[in-house]
Design a protein around this ligand. Structure first.
Ligand SMILES: *Cc1c(COP(=O)(O)O)cnc(C)c1O
Length: 478
C-alpha cells in the first residue's frame, strides 16, 4: 500500500514514511493509491469482533510496512476498556465506542469515553503508540510543536505523555481556555510535556507554530513534528468506528445506515467517506456545521468559500469554529476523479485566499451520499434541552449540532426515517459546563475521577507571543 499526494507531485510513500509528517512536499494531502475493498464475507466476519480486532482487520489493509504482529500489539495496547471508561449507564466500556439508542432509528455513537472526553482521543491515542514504535525502531526522536484552543492539545498530550523519543511543546492562549480545559492540560506533570501559555490569542499561537515550521533549518535541527488534523494516521484510525457503529445497529449486510457528523476540519467525516469507499453500506453522510458554515454552503451550492480567521465566529461549539476545512481536499480529490492537476488548480485559488465553484459536479456529490445542514446557538440550547427532556440524556454542544442537523434531515426526508441514523458524539458535556448550565440550569455530571481537577498543581510556562522565544525554549529543553 503506497500513499500519494492529492497534488500529484510528491513521490508515493509507505505508511511509516508519512506517519510523522503533515502535508506532502507539494502541499497536498496523502491518500492511499486505492481504497482497500471489503467483501460481504469480510463484513460478516467483522460482526461480533471486539473493537481492537475490528481495528486490526481494517488498519492492516492500510498498513503493510509494520509487521502484522506488531501492529496488533499496538492496537491492543491502544483500545483497552481502562482507557475508554467514561461510559453512560447501560453502556459497556469494552465496546470502546458503544452506541446509545435514543429513538427508533436514532442512535448516538459514543466516541468520547477516552481520557480527554472528546473523540480526538480515538485517533490520537493510536498515533501516540504508532509514533513511539516507529521512532524506537529507527532510533529517531521528534519534538511535536502545536497550537491549541482546547481539544486537540489535550488529546495530543494525553496520547504522547511518557512516550519514548517524543517531546510535546503545546502553545495555548494564556487564560483563554476554560478552567476545565486548562486544568486537563496543565495538570500533566510528565517530563516530556511542555505547556506554554502564550500572552495572546489562538491565532498568535498558530502564527508562532507557522513561523517555526517555515524555518527549515531549525525545523530539521530540532526534528519538529506535528500531529495536526491532516495527519493520515489520525484519519485512518477514525475509519474503524464507522464500521463499529454500522455493525452495532444492523443485523445483516443488506441494511444501510446514515451518519451525522459534527464537522470542522472535515477529518471525522472524511473517515466516513473512506469507510463508504471501502464498501461499508453507508447511505447518507450528514455534515453538520455550526455558524461557521463553509462546508454546509459547499454541499448546498457547490461553491467552496473559506473565510479568514477574522471572519470566524466564536461559538458555543468552539471545536467546530473553523472556516477552512483542512481535510476537505481529500474528498475533492476523489470528487474530481483523482485528477491532481484539477486539485492544484482549485487550491491555487484557495491558497491565495479565494474560493472555487464546482457546481457542475453537484450531481456527483449525491453519489457520495453527502448532505449537510447548519446549527446555531439557539438550536444547540434547544436540542440539549429536548434531548434531556425526551431521552434523559445530556449531550454536549457539538453533538447537539449533529443531532439538530440529523433531525432536520429526517423531517425533510420522511422516507429516510427507515434508515438508522447514527449521530457521532464528539465530546462529553462535562467539557462544556458553561453552555450546559445555560441550557439546563445546572452543570453536567462530571466523571468522578475528574472531580477537583482544577485544584491539582499545574505545570506551564508563560511566554510572549514571539517565535524567537519559543525557538530558544525548544533549543534549551532538548
Ligand atoms: C475536533 C472536533 C470536531 C470537528 O471534527 P473535524 O474532524 O475537525 O471535522 C467536532 N467536535 C468536537 C468536540 C471536536 O473536538
Amino acid at each position: 500500500m503506497k500513499y500519494i499526494s492529492t497534488r500529484g507531485q510528491s513521490p508515493a510513500l509507505q505508511f511509516s514514511e508519512i506517519l510523522l509528517g503533515g502535508l506532502a512536499p507539494d502541499g497536498g494531502l496523502y491518500l492511499p493509491e486505492t481504497y482497500p475493498q471489503i467483501t460481504d464475507a469480510d463484513l460478516t466476519a467483522m460482526r461480533g469482533m471486539s473493537y481492537p480486532d475490528l481495528a486490526f482487520a481494517i488498519l492492516s489493509r492500510f498498513v503493510d510496512d509494520i509487521p502484522a504482529a506488531d501492529l496488533k500489539t499496538i492496537i491492543d495496547k491502544t483500545y483497552r476498556p481502562e482507557v475508554y471508561g467514561f461510559t453512560r449507564k447501560g453502556q459497556n466500556a469494552a465496546d470502546i465506542t458503544p452506541t446509545l439508542k435514543l429513538d427508533e432509528n436514532l442512535y448516538l455513537l459514543s466516541l468520547s469515553n477516552g481520557p480527554t472526553l472528546a473523540f480526538k482521543d480515538m485517533a490520537m491515542q493510536l498515533l501516540g503508540n504508532l509514533f513511539e514504535y516507529v521512532l524506537t525502531k529507527t532510533g529517531k526522536t521528534t519534538n511535536i510543536l502545536g497550537a491549541t484552543s482546547g481539544d486537540t492539545g489535550s488529546a495530543a498530550e494525553y496520547a504522547m505523555r511518557g512516550k519514548k523519543g517524543i517531546r510535546v511543546f503545546m502553545l495555548s492562549p494564556h487564560k483563554k481556555m476554560s478552567r476545565f480545559q486548562t486544568a486537563q492540560m496543565f495538570s500533566l506533570q510528565d517530563d516530556n510535556i511542555y505547556n506554554i501559555a502564550v500572552e495572546g490569542v489562538f491565532d498568535d499561537c498558530q502564527d508562532m507554530v507557522k513561523a517555526v515550521s517555515n524555518d527549515a533549518a531549525f525545523k530539521a535541527e530540532y526534528k519538529i513534528g506535528a500531529v495536526n488534523s491532516i495527519n493520515w494516521g489520525r484519519i485512518v484510525a477514525q475509519v474503524v468506528y464507522y464500521f463499529k457503529g454500522y455493525l452495532a445497529v444492523t443485523q445483516n449486510n443488506a441494511q444501510k445506515v446514515s451518519f451525522a457528523v459534527p464537522s470542522g476540519n472535515f477529518g471525522n467525516v472524511c473517515a466516513g467517506h473512506i469507510a463508504r469507499m471501502m464498501g461499508l453500506p453507508i447511505d447518507k453522510l450528514v455534515v453538520a456545521t455550526n455558524e461557521n458554515d463553509v462546508l454546509d454552503e459547499f454541499f448546498k451550492t457547490g461553491v467552496y468559500r473559506p473565510r479568514g480567521s477574522a471572519n470566524t465566529y466564536h461559538t458555543s461549539s468552539p471545536s467546530m469554529d473553523i472556516s477552512k476545512a483542512s481535510n476537505f481536499e481529500r474528498f475533492v480529490f476523489d470528487l474530481v476523479g483523482r485528477d491532481a492537476a484539477k486539485v492544484r488548480e482549485l487550491w491555487r485559488s484557495v491558497d491565495n485566499g479565494g474560493a472555487f465553484d464546482i457546481k457542475h459536479l453537484m450531481p456527483k456529490l449525491a453519489d457520495y451520499g453527502f448532505v449537510s445542514g447548519s446549527s446555531n446557538h439557539a438550536n444547540r440550547m434547544q436540542t440539549i434541552r429536548e434531548t434531556k427532556a425526551k431521552y434523559d440524556v445530556v449531550i454536549d454542544t457539538h453533538t447537539a449540532d449533529g443531532l439538530k442537523v440529523a433531525l432536520g434531515y429526517f423531517n425533510q426526508n420522511q422516507a429516510d426515517k427507515n434508515t438508522p441514523m447514527i449521530v457521532l458524539e464528539t465530546a462529553l458535556p462535562a467539557k462544556f459546563e458553561d453552555a450546559i448550565t445555560e441550557a439546563l440550569g445546572h452543570a453536567p455530571e462530571r466523571p468522578t475521577s475528574l472531580e477537583g481537577i482544577e485544584d491539582l498543581p499545574q505545570k506551564f510556562t508563560v511566554m510572549k507571543a514571539d517565535a524567537g522565544v519559543i525557538k530558544d525554549f525548544i533549543a534549551k529543553n532538548t
